[in-house]
Design a protein around this ligand. Structure first.
Ligand code: MG
Length: 202
């Protein structure tokens, strides 16, 4: 299934039989480099939040009380997201008020395509990269704590996620694609609207 530039699709994270995150995104390209998506500040994002206001950062999903996908407003950074074909990661470009503000590597399972979007499972570990290509791991404690949990990842998968991250770190340090300046001067068309989730966002 190939998406069409201009189409709005939903990027979802799944955990077990639940959707834990849903983000409407504008398709900019879908070609041999991957699926390139745009999500501006002010658009919808839905996160799983429980009756006590806790998210998956606070507790594992099985310990959330009456979790519900809750639509919120995306803040701080406009993002371009590249999901390379069959990759176990996505690369995000952050923009603040139009200026490039760094990258983010989200480690995730290779996506499944649906007619209205893409599904992946977030693998918890991330890499934050400054515009000068200084980088650091993010959420290592959460990642380590969930190894062995049946709804998250086993030891072998965790090792593969770390290896994938280390592979990306080599590209970051080398200034190699996609960390070679590609897209850092990206400017959205001012006519593009903010993005809303179809209801219900599941
Ligand atoms: Mg992540």
């Amino acid at each position: 299934m190939i998406f069409t530039p201009g189409q709005v699709i939903t990027r979802r994270y799944r955990r077990g039989d639940r959707c834990t995150w849903a983000q409407p995104m504008r398709v900019l390209a879908d070609d041999d480099r991957g699926l390139l998506l745009w999500h501006p500040v002010g658009s919808d994002v839905a996160r799983l939040v429980d009756a006590d206001g806790r998210t998956q950062h606070d507790v594992t999903i099985d310990r959330m009380r009456e979790p519900r996908l809750t639509v919120q407003t995306w803040t701080e950074y406009d993002i371009l997201v590249l999901m390379p074909p069959a990759a176990a990661h996505s690369v995000w470009w952050f923009f603040r008020d139009g200026d490039f503000a760094g990258w983010y590597v989200n480690l995730e399972t290779p996506c499944t395509r649906r007619p209205d979007g893409v599904d992946t499972s977030d693998q918890l570990l991330d890499i934050v990269v400054s515009p000068e290509r200084r980088w650091e791991w993010k959420d290592t404690d959460e990642f380590e704590a969930r190894i062995g949990h049946p709804l998250y990842l086993d030891r072998a998968t965790a090792a593969a996620v770390r290896r994938e991250g280390e592979r990306l770190v080599e590209l970051i340090e080398a200034g190699a694609y996609p960390f070679d300046g590609t897209h850092i001067d990206f400017r959205p068309d001012p006519a593009w609207p903010l993005l809303r989730l179809p209801a219900p966002p599941a």
